[in-house]
Design a protein around this ligand. Structure first.
Ligand code: ZN
Length: 341
């Protein structure tokens, strides 16, 4: 099985200014990687822009108008000290969100064609069934800090939540029967925006839950700026776990084996979505966790096993952070190789 890789030319044009860690060099490095074996033989697609109606399932219309209005004709506009708009940023954000919607469509429709085929002939091996049931969105700006009404932490639109809402909107009432989604956010920072949105969604639509699971450093951005991320507030559809200081591979794996995997197994999602940040790597400049590259392969393998068991193999992985470029490309390599197995 070869996962589909989504990119967008606009990801290169979202300019955050000189010296900013969330730069287009991240995407350039990943696109270079995609031109090497084995990735060069994988399906690669260009993202469409997300529909405005889909964006508005996550964000207030006033906020989206505000983003559009503040987008400069030239130069940069700082929404806060870290979060920047350049002339192409609004369109880049629409395409980063659209990549996730495209990936959701791809993954769900390909798994359905399997079940149709299944009635006609036996399959050769388990994985033949999940031919395009995996996708990775290598786009920017990232999304998990973006709240319903404002940008934060390099993020303009909450790409993964927009994709999750798209999945439920399109497929919950269809024969695809996508009714339960799990978002696993392994970026080292808490996805405050995603948690806010998932909680609001789950209150309004308890019959189609989106389970938010985050393992993150603490104290670390965005702690103190936003609520959420507190394990004391965990409930039936929220699991926040604080990583220990300078979190090691063994500590990280123990947390996933002890808490995350059993929780996912019990929830039995119809679709797994990953907020795939690689900034818990030991070489990342923005945090002090101490993961090895191999930990991302290990984690991906276990998450894919859960997807195979419960979700017809469906995994949509969405790039969030990861700011040391060699560590990012190595970690994405480890992630993708396991996504493909
Ligand atoms: Zn991060």
């Amino acid at each position: 099985m070869k996962p589909t890789l989504y990119t967008s030319a606009l990801s290169h044009k979202h300019d955050t200014g000189a010296g900013h860690p969330e730069s287009s060099a991240r995407i350039a490095a990943l696109e270079d990687l995609f031109q090497t074996a084995p990735f060069k033989d994988w399906p690669q697609k260009t993202a469409h822009a997300a529909e405005l109606d889909t964006i508005l399932l996550a964000h207030d219309e006033d906020y989206i108008f505000n983003l559009q209005d503040k987008t400069p004709d030239q130069g940069l506009f700082y929404l806060d000290g870290d979060t920047v708009l350049s002339p192409a940023s609004y369109d880049a954000a629409l395409h980063a969100a659209g990549a996730v919607c495209d990936a959701v469509d791809d993954v769900i429709n390909s798994t359905t064609s399997l079940s149709q085929k299944k009635n006609k002939r036996p399959r050769a091996c388990t994985h033949d069934g999940f031919q395009n049931a995996r996708a990775f969105c290598a786009t920017r700006p990232p999304g998990h800090h973006a709240e319903p009404t404002h940008a934060l932490g390099f993020c303009l639109m909450n790409n993964i939540f927009i994709g999750a809402k798209h999945a439920l909107n399109q497929y919950a009432q269809s024969t695809h029967n996508i009714k339960k989604i799990a978002i696993i956010d392994f970026d080292v920072h808490h996805g405050n925006g995603t948690e806010t949105m998932c909680r609001a969604h789950n209150n309004a639509h308890p019959d189609t839950p989106i389970f938010y699971i985050s393992t993150h450093g603490h104290p670390l951005f965005p702690h103190g700026i936003h609520g959420g991320g507190d394990p004391a507030q965990n409930d039936d559809t929220t699991l926040n776990i604080h990583l220990p200081d300078k979190c090691t591979s063994a500590q990280f794996r123990n947390l996933y084996e002890g808490q995350v995997f059993p929780t996912l197994d019990a929830f039995a999602p119809d679709l797994l979505m990953l907020s795939a940040g690689f900034d818990a790597h030991k070489n990342d400049p923005l945090a002090s966790a101490a993961l090895e590259t191999a930990d991302y392969g290990w984690l991906t393998r276990h998450l894919c096993d859960i997807a195979t068991k419960h979700s017809k193999g469906r995994v949509v992985s969405v790039l969030e952070g990861g700011y040391d470029i060699p560590a990012l490309t190595d970690s994405v390599t480890a992630h993708l190789k396991e996504l493909a197995i």
